[in-house]
Design a binder for this molecule. Structure first.
Ligand SMILES: NC(=O)c1ccc[n+]([C@@H]2O[C@H](COP(=O)([O-])OP(=O)(O)OC[C@H]3O[C@@H](n4cnc5c(N)ncnc54)[C@H](OP(=O)(O)O)[C@@H]3O)[C@@H](O)[C@H]2O)c1
Length: 530
């Protein structure tokens, strides 16, 4: 029923000089970035390549110092060699010798151990030296890229080493990776303990989805265009779907996934953040607190699923062996680190209601899963159908002519990844003598409209942290509200565990279990295929 009417119809318009002037130069003050967990996967794949890309762009302040810290003994030279390989392998921008030379002179390594009796003396002396020789002036960012169990011991270590206290002329910030707790209680406890050592404005809880250009564009799309906001409510929107589909399985993270599952791994953080941005009220300005106030208000308005209703409001799934993108892949229970009798969910679908004037009666359907047919994150806004069609009996389909209520509803599809862009689906007349109508797509593609590669999410977020801009980081209450919603579901699931033989319930390469289709069909709706 659908064809592409125009390709990249949204051409980049002539730059508006007034808006161009709003692009402030974002140069942070000189600082030292300490990465705890510098021998780990995240540092090599994301953090160092992101810092290098910022250096290549000239976005880092002069004298910026990066100190890697981990348990593995390494000299500065060995660390530099490892980070050079990491950049060569993972960086978005190719390594250039002149940029690398400058970058490498600011790279250091300090051995540290999370064991309580191990101090941070070596690190401290490195940082003092950097203040003396590189002008970092006591400004420090401590990036916690250590296992979740290491977060509180590390925060205490920093406190005891006197490294948490910021002065009037310098800053001390900590960046905390996901997962932030494993339920509401542990997240509350983590926040409470962190607040003993740091004030909230020193804590940057990272959710890399918020650093994605396409997610930030959601804010621009909603609040810089006059035509969509009047329609953005229960009167015009039938329902919203948010899908985060992964074609990958659990790779080598089986043990982690056995503890986490799809709800904790994706819904509690990424999907809740997307939902908050999509559903919040317009902020009066773009300051961190204003934006986060609106997001948290939306999350607070989400009606919790009572544990007794968890089974009727959600669907759990686990993948069996199957075919994904042409390859035969094993089932979840055959993955390394996974119990052969595991009941951990690798797929979840749910329906949430938002109890406020904007969204009452317009449900949000959320789903995520591993080993789905393709990797795709997208939001679908399905508008209400026309109340009456004057074109009765003129809907063209390959099967013939259908009645008027078969006219497709308008859809707005916001593609977060890959192929970032926006599609508006509307109804058009099929050329010819007869009045035949069908759906067509109008597409905006980031790639073809801006002809410019988007920065990686970690680049944006690391730079924002250096600048002290917490808009794209989750505040304590946001994380707690997201856990409030997810913990109620987890409680319900715990009370009603799946039967041993009910899992696995979908083949790798399918769009989740059959039950997920029936779940949305009960409401007279269908999942949109990304
Ligand atoms: N990797 C990702 O894509 C990703 C994505 C989102 C969030 N995260 C989060 O980011 C954090 C790091 O993830 P990762 O994948 O990089 O983990 P990883 O590869 O296992 O690395 C963990 C790091 O922590 C260090 N470490 C562990 N125990 C230590 C101890 N007792 N004392 C000192 N250092 C210790 C390790 O040092 P040694 O190896 O030298 O012992 C290593 O550098 C985790 O919280 C994870 O949940 C990761």
């Amino acid at each position: 029923m659908t064809e592409v009417l125009t390709q990249a119809a949204a051409q980049e318009a002539e730059p508006n000089p007034l808006l161009e002037g709003l692009r402030l130069t974002r140069m942070p003050a000189p600082c030292a970035v300490v990465i705890f967990g510098a021998s780990g996967d995240l540092t090599q794949r994301k953090l160092i390549p992101a810092l290098y890309a910022l250096a290549a762009e000239g976005a880092l302040p002069p004298g910026v110092t990066i100190v890697g810290a981990a348990r593995t003994p390494m000299s500065d030279e060995q660390f530099r060699a490892a980070m050079r390989s990491a950049i060569e392998e993972h960086s978005r921008v190719p390594l250039r010798e002149d940029v690398w030379e400058g970058f490498a002179t600011g790279l250091f390594y300090a051995h540290f151990d999370l064991q309580p009796d191990d101090g941070l003396d070596l690190l401290k002396s490195r940082l003092d030296e950097s203040d003396r020789t590189r002008g970092t002036a006591g400004n420090r960012i401590f990036y916690f890229s250590v296992p979740p169990t290491g977060v509180l011991p590390l925060a205490d270590k920093l406190l005891h080493a006197g490294l948490c206290q910021q002065g009037p002329d310098n800053f001390r910030r900590v960046v905390i990776e996901k997962p932030f707790g494993r339920d509401l209680e542990s997240a509350l406890e983590l926040n409470r303990s962190l607040h003993e050592d740091f004030s909230e404005d020193q804590i940057y809880r990272i959710d890399h989805y918020l650093g994605k250009e396409s997610v930030q564009n959601l804010l621009v799309f909603r609040f810089a265009n006059g035509i969509f906001e009047p329609l953005w409510n229960r009167q015009y929107i039938d329902h919203v779907q948010i899908t985060v589909a992964e074609s990958l399985g659990v790779e080598n993270r089986g043990e982690y996934y056995e503890e986490a599952g799809a709800l904790r791994d994706i819904v509690q953080n990424h999907i809740m953040q997307l939902m908050a941005i999509l559903g919040m009220e317009p902020p009066s300005n773009f300051k961190a607190e204003t934006v986060r106030d609106e997001k948290v208000k939306l999350l607070r308005a989400v009606r919790p699923i009572h544990p007794d209703d968890a089974l009727s409001h959600t669907v759990r799934g686990q993948y069996a062996a199957g075919w994904v993108e042409g390859d035969h892949v094993p089932g979840y229970r055959e993955e390394p680190g996974v119990k052969p009798t595991s009941l951990r969910e690798t797929f979840v679908a749910m329906k949430l209601d938002i109890d406020n004037w904007r969204w009452a009666g317009t449900p949000f359907y959320l789903r995520t899963g591993k080993r789905l047919p393709k990797r795709a994150t997208e939001i679908v806004i399905q508008f209400r159908r026309v109340p009456h069609s004057p074109f009765g009996g003129h809907v063209a389909t390959p099967m013939g002519v259908l009645p008027p209520d078969a006219i497709d509803p308008n859809l707005l599809v916001l593609r977060i990844q890959p192929d970032e862009g926006i599609t508006l689906r509307f109804i058009a007349k099929v050329p010819g003598q007869a009045m035949r109508i069908r759906s067509v797509n109008m597409d905006f593609l980031y790639g073809s409209s801006f002809l410019k590669e988007s920065p990686d999410a970690y680049e944006r977020l690391l730079l924002d942290c250096m600048l002290g801009d917490a808009t794209l980081f989750a505040r304590a209450d946001e994380v707690e509200q997201a856990w409030r919603i997810c913990t109620a579901i987890l409680d319900g699931w715990r009370a009603h565990p799946p039967d041993q033989d009910s899992f696995p319930n979908y083949e790798a390469g399918a769009w989740g279990p059959e039950e997920a289709r029936a779940f949305i069909q009960r409401d007279g709706r269908e999942w949109h295929r990304p």
